[in-house]
Design a binder for this molecule. Structure first.
Ligand SMILES: [Zn+2]
Length: 348
């Protein structure tokens, strides 16, 4: 990797993205396919992508929406439910349709109502995944509303993740979009080929006070919810360390503006247009640009047993900051994430 006023990275992948479907997919896909060579595509459509058959048709829809000259590869995931059939899941994995399976605790976030009500019910599925070497991706929050929203990730580790990992010691797990120091410490304490975590650009950039800076900021609202500053700092530390257990996953999740600016606004931040530039800014602020290639482009493929991409992407530092327009979708818009600092880098 070369650094001065320009920066060259191995082409990164996005290990966690929501591409939606239909018109929204057609609009957001270009931003992901421009910055990333591959992406782990989340299955929480309505209805969710549950079977190999569902995933084949969703993957076809995504490929049809790509520009003809694009070589972007969508990596598909299965949405686990209490009724997931392990035979179909593993057959889909062995055929190369599925790259991983996603566990949403029921009710944890957008379109998670059909998620898993009790992870014990899925032990046969987890055993089959473990034997096949299929990674399990976890939205790591408990859903008990008696537990404070800011404590739900921390509690998940003790109440769900640790017992699950004790029952399935060989299962490869990605603890998705971590937001707490507890999650960072927990991942650091485990074997790098068994447990890893993705970290989003927005959780590296904002803390819970930013959600309420001068008034409520619906476009920063996401789940897991951003935490105190000490947690944000722990995330930055983990990402910038180059530790192979931490890698890039944007969790870019587009919602129409009226779904965000509402009396009950949706969770999700749309950051695909500037995710890479936000990561660059964070790593630069922390004198860690030399670790960015590992975080963005090497650690993810290594965990998933894939080769890094053999292309590069170059960035240049500008004298004036970048700005980003909202994305027009039908008669509405999707607002692009605005980090609380200027973005001076742009893709060449
Ligand atoms: Zn997500």
């Amino acid at each position: 990797m070369k650094i001065n006023k320009s920066l060259t990275l191995t082409k990164p992948d996005d290990w966690h993205v929501h591409l939606r479907s239909g018109e929204m997919l057609a609009k957001v896909l270009r931003d992901t396919a421009t910055s990333f060579n591959r992406a782990i595509v989340m299955p929480n459509l309505s209805p969710p992508i549950r079977t190999t058959y569902d995933a084949v048709s969703y993957q076809r829809e995504i490929k049809a929406a790509l520009n003809k000259d694009s070589d972007f590869t969508p990596l598909m995931t299965s949405y686990l439910t209490d009724e997931t059939d392990p035979d179909d899941l593993i057959a889909g994995f062995k055929r190369g349709v599925f790259t991983a399976a996603k566990l949403y605790p029921a009710g944890a976030t957008t379109n998670s109502d059909s998620g898993v009500t009790n992870t014990l019910l899925l032990d046969p599925v987890f055993s089959a995944m473990s034997n096949a070497g299929m990674p399990l991706l976890i939205h790591g929050e408990v859903v008990d509303h008696k537990i404070d929203i800011f404590d739900r990730e921390h509690k998940f580790i003790e109440l769900v993740l640790e017992p699950l990992r004790n029952r399935h010691k060989n299962l490869k797990i990605v603890f998705e979009h971590i937001t707490t120091k507890s999650a960072v410490d927990y991942v650091r304490s485990s074997s790098p080929d068994k447990l890893a975590a993705t970290i989003t650009p927005h959780h590296l950039s904002v803390n819970r006070s930013d959600l309420f800076a001068g008034g409520i900021r619906p476009h920063l609202y996401c789940l897991p919810i951003p935490k105190r500053e000490e947690h944000r700092i722990a995330l930055v530390d983990a990402a910038c360390s180059g530790d192979k257990r931490f890698f890039l996953g944007t969790d870019s999740a587009p919602h129409l503006i009226e779904e965000k600016e509402s009396s009950c606004g949706c969770a999700g931040v749309y950051n695909s247009p500037n995710a890479l530039l936000t990561y660059i800014a964070i790593f630069e602020q922390n004198n860690a640009l030399d670790k960015l290639n590992s975080f963005a482009s090497l650690n993810g493929p290594e965990f998933y047993n894939l080769k890094p991409n053999n292309k590069e992407i170059e960035f240049v530092k500008r004298s004036s900051p970048m700005s980003f327009d909202d994305l027009q979708v039908g008669s509405s818009r999707v607002k692009t994430f605005v980090p609380p600092f200027p973005l001076f880098w742009s893709a060449k």
